[in-house]
Design a protein. Structure first.
Ligand code: NAP
Length: 330
């Protein structure tokens, strides 16, 4: 991952609000906070989150088709217009309460404090957990078609998964590779019908259902996968040069628990309708937010909407905190 920083002003050690994460939720939260005149900084390990690796975004209203990276640029430029400082390339490893402030620490040892923190950190890619997966990461095994697709020009690749990520990756890879297997463990797909129809019509994509990968094989790099039909139990070997794993994501449960956040049964942060959490001053939005009030529909537009709501809630929270600080000074 590239370690770069975007700085539009000197970084201070205290802000009104720290936004952790710079995907559509975090960037939108920062944009709205700036418009509410809340002194805000963004701290994130990367910029764009999942949006940055979307091959093509064709469902964001008003922009009929745009590569994910371009949409990230549009979001970022919009935030930039308001002069919000951004520290990109530093993952946040700790969030602790100190007096009336929340302080974050980054992996590089940087410490920043604020009255409120918005966690918009997204989720981590799920691993397949089969022999050969770890051994061949970067040597044929990939979790990002946009990042690594070009290494497979005119080659044969397999994509694992049955959701939107697997289908959009397969469609993208079909523009580069000679052949794309889309391997899914069930007959039914989670992906949107629009993607499924497009993939079915694509002569370069072969969809294999009721099938799991049991092993990834090769010498120095991937050359084959062992697959098993879950119904007939028949096993066979497919010759492939690459395997793209797109089987969903999981929240970083240990990190969230270490902060003291209440999580839902799947490990996502339990948020109230206003994106507040069980910890006053900590808010969450986007893919990391969950709980009984959350209707899970992971889209750029829903993440952005939650970011805007979180910003409004932080604005109201900070007004109250500052009012009570002023009263206690009287
Ligand atoms: P997802 O919707 O959770 O789909 C994950 C897929 O991987 C499922 O088909 C699942 O199978 C399969 N899977 C999970 N664990 C597996 C395992 N151990 N072995 C084999 N297969 C496994 O994840 P996603 O596709 O990454 O999408 C995440 C969210 O982002 C979704 O809400 C999606 O709509 C959204 N998204 C939207 C777009 C878009 O709108 N353009 C693009 C990308 C992603 P089962 O079906 O059997 O559970």
């Amino acid at each position: 991952m590239s370690r770069f920083r975007l700085r539009f002003e000197k970084i201070k050690d205290k802000y009104d609000c720290i936004v952790v994460g710079a995907g559509p939720a975090g960037l939108t939260a920062a944009l709205y906070l700036a418009r509410f005149n809340i002194d805000t900084v963004i701290v994130s390990k990367d910029i764009g989150g999942k949006m940055a690796v979307a091959p093509l975004v064709d469902d964001y209203p008003g922009i009929s088709e745009v590569p994910g990276v371009k949409l990230v640029e549009l979001f970022t430029n919009h935030v930039k217009k308001y002069g919000v400082p951004m520290i990109i390339g530093e993952a946040v490893v700790d969030v602790v309460k100190e007096g009336d402030m929340w302080c974050i620490e980054t992996e590089g040892g940087r410490k920043l404090c604020a009255y409120a923190v918005i966690l918009a950190i997204g989720v981590e890619k799920r691993k397949l957990g089969v022999p050969g997966e770890d051994k061949f990461i970067g040597r044929g095994v990939s979790y990002c078609a946009v990042c690594d697709g070009m290494f497979f020009k005119d080659k044969v690749v397999a994509v694992v998964g049955g959701g939107d990520s697997a289908f959009s990756s397969a469609l993208y890879l079909s523009t580069i590779a000679r052949k794309v297997y889309l391997i899914h463990r069930r007959e039914i797909f989670k992906a949107m019908p629009y993607y499924i129809e497009k993939a079915k019509k694509n002569p370069k994509i072969e969809i294999i259902t009721n099938t799991v990968i049991t092993e990834i094989l090769g010498d120095k790099k991937v050359s084959k996968i062992k697959v098993k039909n879950t119904i007939t139990k028949e096993e066979k070997i497919l010759d492939v040069d690459g395997v793209f794993i797109e089987i969903g994501s999981e929240p970083p449960k240990q990190f969230l628990k270490s902060i003291g956040l209440e999580l839902d049964e799947n490990g996502y942060i339990a948020v109230n309708p206003d994106m507040s959490t069980n910890l006053p001053g900590i808010f969450a939005c986007g893919d990391i937010a969950g709980g009984r009030y959350k209707y899970r529909f992971e889209q750029i537009i829903t993440a952005a909407a939650e970011g805007a709501i979180a910003a409004k809630s932080v604005y109201e929270y900070i007004i109250k905190v500052k009012q009570s600080e002023n009263n206690s000074l009287k």
